[in-house]
Design a protein around this ligand. Structure first.
Ligand code: PMP
Length: 308
């Protein structure tokens, strides 16, 4: 077994699992990258470290400065984790409706949580964070929705890990889009290796990628109110819009059938991946990403059967 000296060394190098408990066409295989195995519990741990490093390296803040970030929670947790063992302060600006567990975890890791009204969405949180950045001294808002470090992080870490772990030609990559950083960075890495790979993005209802209008959804972490500048829409070889009901049902199935306790953005990704698998030619290899764990959504009733 490896031994470590700091929690930051535990970020990345997450396991890849082949999903064998779901019906797939013959000779089609589906793999999932288990990002809830990161120490802060999500895919965003990879980004938190990079955003903090960038802020200090580029002189945006001193080593005692403050990072302020609008977040649905996981990026806030990731920044709080990144700041462990440093003198950097972290303020997370979170729309009030997001899961209480994620807010408690941010505080447990030493961050300050500020709420913005749910009805103002992530745009409201962004506006509040930018206003705070102007007001405060030695403060910087990394802006995951605009910062090119976001996709670069996944280009440099997630993409190569996936290719190494699958170790066979990947035919389809399926990932949820929140900021689009995971999808954009990984799709770019995979397309550079094989221009014919199919890269597919997943959103909840209430997101705009399939021409829908912005609306509320219970699936946290995915869904776009606007398209961030770094997102390359040419790589949307498919866009799946998955209802909350389907995403939650798939999430419960992942727990019961595969023993994987994941959040509902993973359930949405699974549903899209199974739809892709059902029309994939023989010998296809599909890879998706499970961005976070389910335990941070217990208060949202993630594992409760829905009442019709
Ligand atoms: N799922 C969850 C649970 C998330 O927190 C996020 C991050 N917003 C995503 C999926 C999507 O990641 P990205 O922002 O890289 O598109």
């Amino acid at each position: 077994m490896n031994r470590y000296r700091h929690v930051h060394e535990l970020i990345g190098q997450t396991p890849m699992i082949e999903l064998t408990s779901f019906a797939l066409p013959n000779h089609v295989r589906l793999f999932a990258k288990l990002e809830f195995m990161n120490p802060g519990g999500s895919i965003k741990d990879r980004l938190g470290l990079r955003l903090m490093q960038e802020a200090i390296d580029k002189g945006k803040i001193t080593k005692k400065g403050t990072l302020i970030e609008p977040t649905a929670g996981n990026t806030g947790i990731a920044l709080a984790l990144a700041a462990i063992g440093t003198d950097v302060n972290v303020i997370c600006v979170v729309p009030a409706s997001f899961s209480i567990e994620k807010q408690q975890i941010m505080r447990a890791l030493g961050a300050t949580v500020i709420h913005t009204p749910t009805e103002l969405g992530i745009k409201g949180a962004i506006a509040h964070a930018l206003a705070l950045e102007l007001e405060m001294k030695d403060a910087y808002c990394p802006q995951q929705f605009h910062n090119p470090v976001n996709p670069i992080t996944y280009y440099e870490s997630l993409g190569p890990e996936i290719v190494r772990q699958v170790d066979q030609p990947i035919t389809t990559f399926i990932a949820g889009g929140g900021t689009g950083g995971t999808f954009t960075g990984t799709a770019r890495y995979l397309k550079e290796l094989n221009i014919n790979i199919r890269t597919v993005i997943v959103e909840p209802e209430g997101s705009i990628l399939n021409g829908g209008t912005v609306g509320p959804h219970r699936t946290e972490g995915i869904g776009m109110e606007f398209i961030p500048t770094f997102v390359n829409q040419e790589w949307f070889d498919g866009v799946y819009t998955i209802s909350d009901r389907t995403a939650f049902r798939r999430t419960r199935e992942l727990a019961k059938k595969a023993g994987l306790l994941v959040g509902s953005s993973s359930g949405a990704a699974l549903d899209a991946a199974l739809q892709e698998a059902s029309k994939a030619p023989p010998n296809s290899i599909l890879v998706t990403v499970f961005p976070d764990g389910g335990e941070r959504y217990l208060s949202k009733g993630i594992y409760e059967e829905e009442i019709d």
